[in-house]
Write a protein that binds this ligand. Structure first.
Ligand code: SF4
Length: 410
């Protein structure tokens, strides 16, 4: 029996894909082991920033060091977007892009028999469906993550994701409903809907996220549906009304802002302005005041000057946001921003990241303070940990009803 080890970088979609690949190998009698001395290493890479590429390469080197005779297979977004750079690394034996992830086991077995190529990467934009999702649920303790969508139609100028994941494709609504019904019947109280760009759900199938949610919340045994991330201008009026009125939808919204400067937003090809974003946040908090709102921000986008950054900082300082995920801009070949001039120096980017990280720390403290004394629904994750509906992690000892919701005073 052969041993296989997996290493995953990046987002939840990638974790999800690793889970699918692992399942295939286990079904075929392989043993999944830790990174010590496997026969086969599968590195599921990320390429969202230059740093992610670097971490992916480090994982590749580590695999070959662990067993110089082992087979090192590289898959994921780095493999999809830059297979030729990877093929130059002597540690890499086989490259399987996102287009071929579904067949990875077959490809590896053929390779081991001395057949096949070194690189399996096709045009990701030719993928029209997500039929390769035999399994659409990934479990994190008591919270199932249900992947309902893949890819993105937007092409923000800094983002490599559409090139790595392709255009938006959705899991058919009936399949999602059936899966969530089964999960609810098995006793799971909360599900998290995930995808590359959740608010594009159903665009390829004549439906949308609103219609899916309307049916999902009717599942009696289900207590909470959490959305992983929503794009500001893709939230329709119907969807917003539902998010703000339906108790079964978690009052926790991750809404990427990216910049507080309209000039930079335009250069990023984001199709909203700061005032639209502010209006959205105000409306959410007016109708569901307990909401925990998180956001993503990129600093150091080409030509971002002190004035632009100050606008971002001041906006986030004022807005009652719970937390920020801060990323320094990173050049990605093939994107429009790659060719833009007036790149911001590493030093300035680092200073801006640090400033926003300190702000993030303050924002979290303020949000937690605001919640003190409130009574909220919380899912018991394990004996010592709860997660509230608005995304506060609580550590307290002695819980028994794991996987159940409690009402607790913060
Ligand atoms: S919306 Fe923009 S940032 Fe988000 S995945 Fe699509 S292209 Fe990338």
């Amino acid at each position: 029996m052969k041993n296989v080890a997996f290493f995953t970088l990046g987002c939840r979609s990638n974790e999800f894909d690793t889970h699918l690949m692992m399942h295939q190998f286990i079904q075929k009698g392989y043993r999944v082991i830790d990174f010590e001395k496997a026969d086969i290493y599968i590195i599921n890479t990320c390429s969202v920033t230059a740093g992610a590429d670097r971490s992916s390469r480090q994982a590749i080197y580590r695999a070959k060091r662990s067993n110089p005779h082992g087979l090192v297979v590289v898959t994921g977004c780095y493999a999809q977007t830059n297979p030729h750079a990877l093929s130059e690394l002597k540690e890499v034996d086989l490259i399987v892009g996102n287009t071929h992830k579904r067949d990875i086991l077959k490809i590896i077995e053929e390779y081991l028999e001395g057949r096949g190529e070194k690189i399996y990467v096709d045009n990701i934009f030719r993928q029209n469906s997500v039929e390769n999702f035999d399994i659409i649920t990934y479990f994190e303790k008591v919270r199932p993550f249900v992947k309902i969508q893949e890819g993105c139609n937007r092409f923000c100028t800094f983002c490599v994701i559409p090139f790595a994941r392709g255009k938006s494709r959705s899991v058919p609504k009936e399949k999602v409903l059936k899966e969530v019904r089964l999960l609810a019947e098995k006793g799971f109280k909360e599900v998290v809907l995930t995808g590359t760009q959740l608010t594009q759900y159903g665009w390829d199938m004549g439906t949308d996220l609103y219609e899916l949610l309307v049916d999902l919340v009717k599942i009696r045994e289900l207590e909470l549906v959490r959305l992983s991330s929503v794009y500001p201008s893709e939230i329709s009026k119907d969807l917003l009304d539902l998010l703000l009125s339906e108790e079964k939808i978690a009052p926790h919204f991750h809404i990427p802002l990216q910049s507080g400067s309209d000039r930079i937003l335009k250069l990023m090809k984001r199709d909203y302005q700061v005032k639209d974003y502010v209006k959205l946040i105000e409306e959410i908090l007016k109708k569901r005041p307990i909401s925990g709102i998180g956001t993503d921000v990129i600093v150091g986008f080409p030509s971002e000057n002190d004035e632009d950054f100050t606008k971002t900082y001041n906006l986030l300082y004022e807005l009652p946001i719970y937390y920020l995920h801060v990323f320094p801009y990173s050049d990605r070949k093939g994107t429009k921003a790659y060719a833009m001039s007036h790149k911001v120096s590493k030093k300035v980017k680092r200073e801006r990241v640090e400033a926003l990280k300190s702000l993030d720390y303050e924002k979290r403290k303020i949000f937690l303070e605001k919640n003190r004394g409130m009574e909220l629904r919380a899912l018991v994750i394990d004996e010592n940990r709860l997660l509230t509906e608005n995304y506060i992690n609580l550590e307290r000892e002695g819980y028994r009803k794991i996987g159940e919701f409690l009402r607790i005073k913060i």
